[in-house]
Design a protein around this ligand. Structure first.
Ligand SMILES: [Zn+2]
Length: 111
């Protein structure tokens, strides 16, 4: 990976982190507890609780990904083996890294 690709990847990761952070903020608003006396019907309350469950897991998934991406940013600078598959040592394709910067395995080993 050359420096230009590294910069491109860093930019991509930063945008992704920003995007996920905004998503988490949005989702956080949707999981605020619904007051029991809120003027919504029983069905919409059920619906809301269901959606909140889904949104809560999206929040934790997004948070986890933010951490992974942050870690990837650090590795990009410090790890001389960044971009090599941890399983077979082959170079992970740049297209794959752009799509999934936190991937530590090449496409064959990931499957
Ligand atoms: Zn591999």
């Amino acid at each position: 990976m050359d420096d230009k690709q590294k910069e491109e990847l860093k930019k991509k990761i930063k945008i992704e982190i920003e995007h996920l952070t905004m998503l988490v903020d949005d989702l956080k608003e949707t999981v605020a507890p619904v007051a029991p006396d809120a003027a919504i019907g029983r069905l919409s309350r059920l619906d809301t609780m269901l959606n909140q469950g889904i949104n809560k897991s999206s929040i934790s998934q997004s948070r986890e990904r933010i951490l992974k991406l942050g870690d990837t940013l650090k590795r990009l600078d410090k790890d001389p083996f960044f971009g090599e598959c941890e399983e077979c040592g082959e170079t992970i394709s740049f297209a794959r890294l752009l799509a999934l910067p936190e991937s530590r395995f090449c496409i064959e080993c990931a499957e």
